[in-house]
Design a protein around this ligand. Structure first.
Ligand SMILES: O=C(O)C1=C[C@@H](OP(=O)(O)O)[C@@H](O)[C@H](O)C1
Ligand SMILES: C=C(OP(=O)(O)O)C(=O)O
Length: 425
């Protein structure tokens, strides 16, 4: 089992980082959406981490031709997706498994989606049920709630109007992908806007999507092929956030993170740091599918904060924010965040369980936690096989030595994390 020994950082840093992992959500979508065109898509700065490389392999198993040179990827789709002769392995990725359910629901053939032991335990009925209700044939363990999932593509999916009970970009995207091949206009609504890369990218590829005055996304079925993608994937704000946290908790430190997507549905955690007293500046530079620019984070005194809204806009950053909360003055709270319990690990248990080992005073709730900030003490923590837990506590190590066990999982999203962390010393 791989592990890290992180030593307390006894000096300030002032750095510019341009090597943080590319955006995972956008990279998955680049690989998948290229299948809706009949021309080659050109993707630069594709995330070469386990999750997205698995997605790329699946796209290849479905018949596309892939040329990859480092992080530059060319994807040439086939005129008809082929039935693979093996299972489709999504590894650790909920995004891959759920989006492929929608994409494959109407593709001629039989498909089996599998994943690692963590993914095989994550709930899939949130996509299986609405897809079944429009005619998809999906089954799996626990009546289709757990992988392996078996999909037999049907000829036609019924047009739908669906108001989702869960605010999830993965569910939304799965339903939008299914809608592209339905027999009429489909409508999808969520209570709160979740990350909207799917809508932005598909519109950029010429798909017909618009949100009506009742908040339903109207999706028109494809009339032909979409335009191919030509894109440079921006830096992932969720991965970058670990180094924003590093600057926020290290006295007199500053970081400038380059070329991050500034999509508002992705940078809410930075706004929370700002509310805690940290100086955060967004420098927008361009707009390709979404706004892209640099984020500057400068250390300042940390104060407690309450986080109870726009949860889906910072859901992946909550473990890292719990470290800032633990070092802040006063009592911080997180609520309405029950979704944390169904990520790569139960992130509420994983956060509070490890904070307890670090001597932090907390109360656990079903949908979040309260943290009485003050200090963090040295501990040996387990990642629970979850990349975001491993990286959050590794950054806590800058404040007080930390041993992190089971760090292999970091390769799912941010393979050069440790290299960048080491460069701070
Ligand atoms: O659509 C996506 O790319 C993602 C959506 C979110 O999950 P949910 O849709 O389950 O909220 C997020 O936690 C995940 O890291 C990536
Ligand atoms: C939840 C995450 O990803 P996924 O759902 O794709 O496994 C994540 O990266 O934090």
């Amino acid at each position: 089992m791989e592990k890290f020994s992180i030593k307390k950082l006894d000096k300030a840093f002032n750095i510019e980082i341009d090597s943080i992992a590319s955006d995972k959500s956008i990279s998955h979508r680049c690989a998948m959406f290229s299948l809706f065109s009949n021309e080659t898509s050109y993707i630069k700065n594709f995330l070469t981490a386990e999750d997205t490389l698995n997605t790329l392999s699946i796209v290849e198993q479905l018949g596309a031709t892939i040329k990859r040179d480092g992080s530059s990827v060319e994807i040439t789709p086939t005129s008809k997706l082929s039935e693979p002769n093996d299972v489709l392995d999504c590894g650790n990725s909920g995004t891959a498994m759920r989006l492929f359910c929608g994409l494959l629901a109407s593709v001629d053939g039989a498909f089996t989606l599998v994943g690692d032991k963590y993914l095989m335990n994550r709930p899939m009925k949130r996509v299986a049920n609405p897809l079944r209700s429009i005619g998809a044939q999906i089954d799996g363990r626990e009546e289709g709630n757990k992988a392996p999932l078996f999909i037999r593509g049907v000829k036609e999916l019924t047009p739908f109007t669906y108001h989702s009970p869960v605010d999830s970009a993965q569910v939304k995207s799965a339903m939008i992908l299914a809608a592209l091949r339905a027999s009429g206009v489909c409508k999808y609504k969520e209570n709160e806007l979740t990350r909207d890369h799917t809508e932005r990218m598909l519109k950029g590829m010429s798909a017909k999507l618009h949100t009506d005055e009742d908040g339903f996304i109207n999706i028109h079925p494809l009339e032909g092929n979409l335009k191919p993608l030509n894109i440079t994937v921006p830096t992932d704000p969720s991965s970058a956030f670990f180094f924003a946290l590093a600057a926020a908790i290290t006295k007199n430190s500053r970081v400038l993170i380059k070329n991050v997507t500034l999509n508002p549905t992705r940078i809410e955690a930075y706004h929370v740091l700002k509310r805690m007293g940290v100086t955060v500046n967004f420098i927008e530079k361009e707009n390709v599918y979404e706004p892209i620019g640099d984020i500057e984070v400068i250390n300042n005194e940390l104060n407690a904060v309450d986080v109870n809204e726009n949860i889906s806009w910072l859901i992946d950053e909550l473990p890292a924010l719990s470290i800032a909360m633990s070092l802040a003055k006063g009592k911080s709270t997180v609520s309405n965040a029950k979704e944390l319990r169904v990520k790569e690990s139960d992130r509420i248990s994983a956060v509070v369980g490890n904070l307890k080992l670090c001597g932090v005073d907390y109360i656990e709730h079903e949908d979040g936690y309260e943290i009485n900030g003050g200090r963090i003490t040295k501990a040996t923590i387990t990642s629970c096989g979850d990349h975001r837990i491993a990286m959050s506590f590794a950054i806590a190590g800058l404040n007080s030595d930390m041993e992190i066990e089971d760090t292999q999982c970091i390769d799912t999203s941010f393979p050069n994390f440790k290299e960048i962390l080491d460069s701070l010393y």
